[in-house]
Design a protein around this ligand. Structure first.
Ligand code: ZN
Length: 459
């Protein structure tokens, strides 16, 4: 790394804002990874002005920059090479404002999702994005990857919860688009350009978040279901019956349910093994007593009409947390060694046949392989986890999982993004014209290609 460039970085962010290659190599490369970071330098600015000065300098020197948040992504979107610089916003971690009347919060990009959620509790407010990596994932990373998670069916993805952004462009220009209003049709909605762009178009430094009133009731049930048709019928029935209260509909195929309820997994099975499908259903509302009565009545009706085979209803916070803990115990998929994980989206009516096809192909090729399926059925989003026992099988497994998606109008990425991992498959989910427009945006905003180069569809 160019010594003069490092020296100029030091004058921008101060000596404690710089980590050299040796120090960087001691930091873990991310969630679920045992390797370490390989960048030549890590820069930790404290202010937007410092971010702007860093990027301006990098742009003048055509120096590649990879912006990193909590490193909880699953598609290698924040991987770095030795000749690259890491821009970490970990010192920009201040919640600047919580406005309970307008119901917005203003936060720096390095604030973790969990810190934001907890800060809102005393105000009776909530930021409804929620995902397993909440303790490390940052708001800036949530926006850059358009994070989804467990309650998308009710609140949408990160894109729907951001009202405004402050972004620094590759040349150091600060775009302050810190809109606080729900309605603002004054021209292009520029923030949406940067949400989900995986750090390729600009660096998000601050966010205005849309808050909700904090739910006062929570109901959780876990049900077994005998057929896929009953499963989709149950989803429609619950959504109709709960008057907008449905907040999660998390499905597990049988293999995944057995995995997370068999030792060494800590959860004991709340329902007997053996049904083809299981579902966690949750509603959030305003009045525990009334909402529970409505929730129980809806489940009874579902049972009478044959939509569900059996169900348990959690009757305390502890039981509700236990059912969610079972669903979130996804690390069990690493029981036999690191598997291949996928995050796909497809129309609900194509799901059953798609999974049957993928399973059939996998078991013909690798009779001893595992394929665990679970996901956010109401969002059309499934996580498919495959273990063949041999890391060299990855490309073959990818083709088996991804190729059938094009024919049913599915997507190779529902909520995890593209990064490096899905880059070869992006054309399966996007037309040539869409890809060309993405390239036009990239070259217009980052003509020297310094921002997260090589990721998504760019070289
Ligand atoms: Zn998910």
């Amino acid at each position: 790394m160019n010594e003069e460039l490092i020296e100029r970085m030091r004058t921008i962010v101060g000596a404690d804002g710089i980590l050299d290659a040796e120090e960087v190599r001691k930091r873990p490369a991310g969630f679920l990874r045992t390797d370490t970071l390989q960048a030549g330098l890590l820069v930790r600015p404290r202010t937007t002005a410092e971010v702007a000065a860093v990027l301006k300098l990098c742009n003048q020197n055509k120096q590649a920059v990879v912006t990193q948040g909590g490193l909880t992504g699953l598609v290698h979107g924040a991987d770095t090479a030795p000749e690259q610089i890491v821009l970490s916003l970990e010192r920009m971690n201040t919640i600047e404002e919580i406005d309970p009347v307008q119901r917005v919060a203003v936060a720096q990009a390095g604030v973790t999702l969990q810190a934001m959620q907890e800060a809102l509790e005393p105000h009776g407010l909530a930021f409804p994005l929620d995902l397993g990596a909440r303790g490390s994932a940052t708001l800036g990373g949530n926006a850059a990857t358009n994070a989804g998670g467990n309650r998308v069916i009710r609140y949408g993805m990160m894109r729907a919860m951001v009202l405004g952004l402050e972004v620094v462009l590759a040349d150091g220009t600060v775009i302050s688009s810190l809109n606080r209003m729900l309605k603002n049709n004054a021209g292009y909605d520029l923030k949406q350009l940067f949400i989900g762009a995986e750090g390729t178009l600009g660096v998000i430094t601050r966010l205005v978040l849309r808050l909700t009133e904090r739910p006062r009731s929570q109901n959780v049930a876990f049900a077994s279901v005998d057929s896929f048709a009953a499963l989709t019928g149950f989803l429609k029935h619950m959504d109709q019956s709960l008057g907008g209260g449905l907040s999660a509909f998390e499905v597990m195929w049988r293999d995944f349910y057995e995995l997370v309820t068999t030792p060494p997994a800590k959860s004991s099975p709340p329902l007997l093994h053996g049904s083809p499908f299981y579902v966690l259903v949750e509603s959030l509302g305003a009045d525990q007593e009334q909402d529970t009565a409505r929730f129980v009545a809806a489940l009874e009706k579902a049972s009478e009409s044959g939509l569900i085979a059996d169900a348990v209803i959690a009757s305390s916070d502890r039981e509700r947390a236990a059912i969610w803990a079972m669903r979130d115990d996804v690390m069990q998929v690493a029981r036999y060694g690191m598997p291949f994980t996928f995050d796909v989206s497809l129309p609900v009516d194509a799901m059953e046949r798609y999974i049957l096809g993928v399973r059939r192909t996998l078991s013909m090729r690798w009779p001893a392989s595992h394929c665990w399926v679970f996901g956010h059925l109401g969002d059309g989003n499934l996580h498919v986890v495959v273990h063949t026992g041999n890391n060299n099988d990855r490309a073959d497994v990818e083709r088996i999982v991804y190729m059938p998606l094009a024919g049913v109008g599915g997507s190779v990425s529902a909520e995890h993004g593209i990064g490096l991992e899905k880059k070869p498959y992006l054309p399966l989910s996007r037309t040539a014209e869409e890809l060309a427009l993405m390239r036009t945006l990239k070259t217009t905003l980052d003509s020297n290609n310094i921002l997260n180069p090589g990721k998504m569809l760019f070289t």
